[in-house]
Design a protein around this ligand. Structure first.
Ligand SMILES: Nc1ncnc2c1ncn2[C@@H]1O[C@H](COP(=O)(O)OP(=O)(O)OP(=O)(O)O)[C@@H](O)[C@H]1O
Length: 469
């Protein structure tokens, strides 16, 4: 049966790769940010599949009971909302709740079709909806509390499959190239691989972008005594310091060209030649590199041969805005790391912190929570405690809703920064049934601004008149 999810690998082979299922993930409760009890609800696999969400009568971890997901949330109604799959689409409907059901910050009226990445709020509880393929849906059924990933867990479909790939790869000596935006957790991936590798030597991280160009080779490969004026002592260099372990070359995209050539030789021969030496020295290290620069672009100045050497496996780490389902685990971990055992957040602050574009990824959340946890006292984290977000919001407000033509080119960079993610624009258009004016209202911008964003993403303009939906 197409809809009865198999639990052994062989049985999914017949499944069509185009079939996608919907999974609603309970992420966190604003009243208890340290709980780290995110959980995937049963995937919606066939027409008619569905469940209700309602209030648990006693304090207990959120969990399915029969056909109802029970939340220990006083602001959730006894039967709050329903989710059901119809014609392959997953529809969310409020069940007459007292305080309403919200999708991307808007209270819903009537059934709403959920789109990948949608954030859903009921009472003080945050959910994220994801579309997944059948193997991932099976993984979420068998691991509803996600996979362990570094210091936290993950319920992100892409990270769950990355973790599954990295397990066997870690034990090999295959080089790994991690691609991700800044602050997304590239070093977490590198350490995850090192910890699983069983290698007895150390993990040595090198920030290739932070070393002045003329010092790079000495820093990486070491130098002989007297190799240059001031070289009073022999130096091992970072690569030989990682003997028996892992070298993590962070920001590899910023490595100067001359050092790229020497590094290529080192990786090919497993040999490094210290500055001033005439013979190489053998090394036994595992290579992991990371970059937020697109080293695969045709315009990249990064050496293709070095890239191919490093890319034994390419680990693509999604930005945080594409894996908000992990916010519960991350927030709890980041707070606990600062010694915070109980914390709550007001709804406006939660929306400001969790719903935005998150250009600084996990580091942005880490910084915001870091200062908020010092300022919140005994109360909840509120907007006033999120100074960086307030500053960003203030600078975005200064941007006029509609500028005269000609200003566009000058302000391109600034506008791109404020641009919401593509999924948010598509979700707004969907909810506005294709009406540009209504979608712009939902996003809080002028119609012309929305049109520019749509053009930038290549989203086609809707035809006149409301689209079906
Ligand atoms: N999955 C995760 N679990 C727990 N903490 C995380 C996770 N991902 C990132 N972090 C935390 O977020 C911060 C940024 O992560 P990290 O330094 O690995 O990012 P990065 O992508 O290497 O950043 P950069 O591009 O600036 O080098 C760190 O404090 C890290 O501990």
């Amino acid at each position: 049966m197409a809809h009865s999810l198999a639990t052994t690998d062989n049985e999914f082979e017949s499944a069509s790769p185009s079939v996608t299922f919907g999974v609603l993930v309970f992420v966190l409760r604003y009243e208890d940010l340290c709980a780290a009890n995110s959980v995937a609800l049963p995937p919606l696999t066939h027409d008619g599949a569905g469940f209700e969400i309602g209030r648990a009568s006693e304090v207990r971890p959120p969990a399915m009971e029969g056909k109802t997901f029970l939340l220990p949330d006083r602001s959730v109604s006894r039967v709050h909302a329903r989710v059901v799959r119809r014609d392959g689409k997953d529809l969310l409907e409020d069940a007459g709740s007292k305080f309403g059901t919200f999708v991307r910050g808007e209270r819903i009226q009537g059934p709403v079709r959920l789109a990948d990445g949608d954030v859903v709020e009921m009472g003080q509880s945050l959910f994220v909806y994801r579309r997944v393929d059948e193997p991932t849906a099976v993984r979420m059924i068998t691991h509803p509390a996600g996979f362990v990933f570094g210091p936290t867990r993950t319920l992100c479909p892409e990270l769950m499959s990355l973790a599954r790939d990295l397990d066997p790869l870690s034990r090999s000596d295959q080089p790994i190239l991690v691609l991700a935006e800044t602050g997304a957790g590239k070093e977490i991936v590198a350490r995850y691989v090192h910890d699983k590798s069983g290698r007895a030597g150390p993990f040595v991280a090198v920030d290739c972008g932070a070393i002045p160009e003329h010092l790079v080779e000495g820093e990486l490969f070491g130098h002989r005594r007297g190799a240059f004026s001031g070289a009073h002592e022999e130096r091992k260099g970072r690569i030989r310091s990682a003997e028996g372990g892992t070298v993590f070359l962070d920001e590899i995209g910023n490595l100067p060209g001359s050092a790229q050539a020497s590094l290529l030789r080192a990786i090919q021969e497993n040999e490094v030649t210290p500055v001033g030496a005439d013979r190489g020295q053998t090394v036994d290290v595992r290579w992991i590199a990371a970059t937020n620069v697109d080293v695969f672009s045709e315009r990249s100045v990064f050496r293709a041969d070095l890239r191919e050497r490093l890319a034994g496996y390419v680990a693509m780490l999604p930005p945080l805005r594409k894996r908000r389902e992990d916010l519960g685990f991350l927030v709890a971990h980041l707070l606990q790391r600062r010694g915070v055992e109980r914390a709550s957040i007001t709804k406006p602050a939660a929306r400001a912190l969790f719903f935005g574009d998150l250009p600084g990824n996990v580091r942005e959340i880490e910084r915001s929570l870091g200062s908020a946890s010092l300022l919140m006292g005994d109360g909840p984290i509120d907007l006033q405690h999120l100074s960086a977000l307030r500053a960003r919001a203030a600078s975005e407000k200064k941007e006029p809703a509609s500028e005269p033509p000609g200003v566009e080119a000058v302000d391109e960079a600034r506008r791109n920064k404020a641009r919401p993610p593509r999924e948010m624009i598509e979700a707004a258009l969907f909810r506005a049934k294709g009406s540009l004016v209504e979608a712009a209202r939902l996003l809080g911008v002028h119609e012309r601004q929305l049109a520019r964003w749509m053009d930038a993403f290549g989203i086609p303009r809707p035809r006149k008149g409301p689209a079906g939906g």
